[in-house]
Write a new protein. Structure first.
Length: 154
């Protein structure tokens, strides 16, 4: 039998290197934590000048982004979804919004969003936000104004 020249301790060092590499690879893949999606539905119009007290904490954002004098909260719903799971939220006027969390960094959330009216697609987009963040989306017309979707995720 031919013997190979090996430095003492070489094999344990190689095994240790691969063990560290395997652990690092496992740590680099963040756990896909469920995402808590909250949807607020408001209607904005120029009928009056009232701002619903439920919207007081985002009053400045609403005024900066939209040119309306009145904002009224219609509905607020929350749903926890796994990454890849689609949740559907009913919207006023026979519309619906589908939300699917997609893979992202640990402190970020990416949501694939689709808004539909019956079979007609009104919007398809992917929103990226920090966990705990919020996005305001000016939506379709409703009554004498427009819907504003307040989408937050944690």
């Amino acid at each position: 039998m031919a013997s190979r020249d090996r430095k003492p301790g070489t094999l344990p060092r190689i095994a240790a290197f691969f063990a560290v590499l395997a652990l690092a690879a496992g740590a680099a893949t963040p756990a896909e934590t469920p995402v808590s999606v909250e949807l607020g539905v408001a209607v904005a119009s120029n009928d009056g000048s009232r701002i619903d007290p439920q919207l007081a904490n985002i009053r400045a954002k609403l005024k900066a982004m939209f040119d309306y004098t009145s904002y009224r909260m219609l509905d607020r719903r929350k749903r926890t979804l796994a990454v890849g799971e689609t949740g559907e939220f009913g919207l006023p006027g026979g519309r619906s919004m589908r939300v699917t969390p997609v893979p992202s960094a640990a402190n970020k959330v990416r949501l694939a969003v689709q808004i539909r009216e019956g079979q007609r697609n009104l919007l398809t987009t992917t929103l990226g936000l920090s966990r705990g963040g919020m996005v305001l989306v000016g939506g379709p017309s409703y009554q004498n104004g427009v819907l504003i979707l307040i989408i937050s995720a944690d």
